[in-house]
Design a binder for this molecule. Structure first.
Ligand SMILES: Cc1cc2nc3c(=O)[nH]c(=O)nc-3n(C[C@H](O)[C@H](O)[C@H](O)COP(=O)(O)OP(=O)(O)OC[C@H]3O[C@@H](n4cnc5c(N)ncnc54)[C@H](O)[C@@H]3O)c2cc1C
Length: 278
C-alpha cells in the first residue's frame, strides 16, 4: 500500500502514470454493520471519483473497484444495488467501475447485482475467480451481456467441492478461461478482458496467445497489486500492453494483509526483512 489515505493513493497513481501504468483504487474494508456504514462507503467512493476526475489523467484513467459487502449486500441487496448505481452514475462513460468477487457464498448474489447493473450501464465490470469449478459456466452465461471481466485465481479459502485444491489445476483453468475471454474479446462478445495476476509465465503465454489471435497489444490488459512484480508491470507498459495496478488504501488493512500472507507465507519473511533492514 502506498498509504492509508486517498490523497496518498492519488500521488501513487500520478507516479504510476509517468510509467504508462494506469491505476484502480480500492478502499479497504469488508462486511459493514449497518445501512449508515454502507452509505458512508458509497459517499466515500463518490468523493473518490470526483477527486480522481478533478486530478485528470489523459488517456490513462484511474478506475475504482468495490466490494458489494461494503455497499450493504449482507443487509439488503436492493440497498447494495442502489449504492452501486449511485457510484456508477458518477463514473465517466469510458471508465469501468469494477466489482470484486468475494468468498463463494457471495458469488450468486454478486453476479445477480452485476447483471442488474449491466442492464443500465456499460461501464461496470466483474471479477471472476479461476479456482471455482463453476466459473466456466458463469463466464459462458455472462458473455451475452458483453461484459468487462477481470479474471483472478481466487483469494479465499474454499472447500474442494467448490474450488480446485491444487495450484496446477487452478492455473490450467485460468489459462482455459483466459483464452476463452480473449477469443470472446476478438469476437466482440467480451468488452474488456483483464487478467488480475502476477504469474509472469502465465501472462507471457496469454500475451503470445493474444498476439496469435491478432489482438492488438494495447487491448491485452494485466492488473497487478501495487508494489508486486513492479518490473513486470513496467515491462508490460513498455511493450504497449495495458498495465494496471490496483492501489489499495484505507485503515482496514490488517485482514487484507493477513489474506495476502495466507496466499503467500513468504511475504512474512519479506516484510520482516524489510522492517529490520529499514
Ligand atoms: C488486480 C487484482 C484484483 C484482485 N481481485 C480479487 C477479487 O476480487 N477476488 C479474489 O478472490 N481475488 C482477487 N485478487 C487476488 C487473486 O485472486 C490472487 O489471490 C492473487 O492475485 C495471487 O495469485 P496470482 O494470480 O498472482 O498467482 P500466484 O500463482 O499466486 O503467484 C504468482 C507469483 O506472483 C507473485 N505473487 C503473487 N501474489 C503475491 C503477493 N501477495 N505478494 C508477493 N508476491 C506475490 C509470486 O512471485 C508468485 O510466485 C486480485 C488480484 C489482483 C492482482
Amino acid at each position: 500500500m502506498p498509504g492509508e489515505t486517498l490523497a496518498e493513493a492519488l500521488i501513487a497513481a500520478q507516479s504510476l502514470r509517468t510509467k504508462n501504468i494506469a491505476a484502480v483504487f480500492t478502499h479497504l474494508g469488508e462486511n459493514i454493520a449497518d445501512r449508515e456504514e454502507a452509505n458512508q462507503v458509497t459517499a466515500h467512493y463518490i468523493d473518490a471519483l470526483n477527486r480522481i476526475h478533478s486530478a485528470g489523467g489523459d488517456s490513462l484513467v484511474t478506475e475504482i473497484s468495490v466490494k458489494l459487502t461494503q455497499l450493504g449486500l449482507d443487509l439488503d441487496p436492493d440497498l447494495c444495488f442502489a449504492n452501486l448505481q449511485r457510484i456508477i452514475a458518477c463514473e465517466n462513460k469510458d471508465a469501468t467501475v469494477w466489482i470484486d468477487m468475494e468468498s463463494s457464498e457471495y458469488v450468486d448474489r454478486t453476479l445477480a447485482i452485476y447483471r442488474r447493473a449491466a442492464q443500465s450501464f456499460s461501464n461496470v465490470g466483474i471479477c471472476l475467480q479461476a479456482y471455482l469449478h463453476r466459473t466456466k459456466d458463469d463466464l459462458a452465461a455472462l458473455l451475452p451481456l458483453r461484459p468487462a471481466i477481470r479474471l483472478v485465481k481466487g483469494a479465499y479459502n474454499e472447500p474442494p467441492n467448490i474450488a480446485f485444491a491444487n495450484k496446477i489445476d487452478v492455473d490450467k483453468n485460468y489459462f482455459l478461461l483466459a483464452t476463452g475471454m480473449l477469443r470472446a474479446q476478438k469476437a466482440g462478445t467480451c468488452q474488456r478482458a483483464a487478467f488480475g495476476t502476477h504469474d509472469v509465465a502465465l501472462i507471457r503465454r496469454l500475451a503470445d496467445f493474444a498476439a496469435s489471435e491478432g489482438i492488438f497489444s494495447n487491448s491485452f490488459e494485466v492488473q497487478m497489486l501495487y508494489g508486486i512484480q513492479r518490473a513486470e508491470q513496467e515491462r508490460l507498459a513498455t511493450a504497449g500492453h495495458r498495465s494496471v495496478v490496483l492501489v489499495a488504501y484505507g485503515t482496514f488493512w490488517y485482514p487484507w494483509f493477513v489474506r495476502r500472507l495466507a496466499e503467500r507465507p513468504a511475504n512474512l519473511w519479506f516484510m520482516l526483512r524489510n522492517f529490520f533492514v529499514a
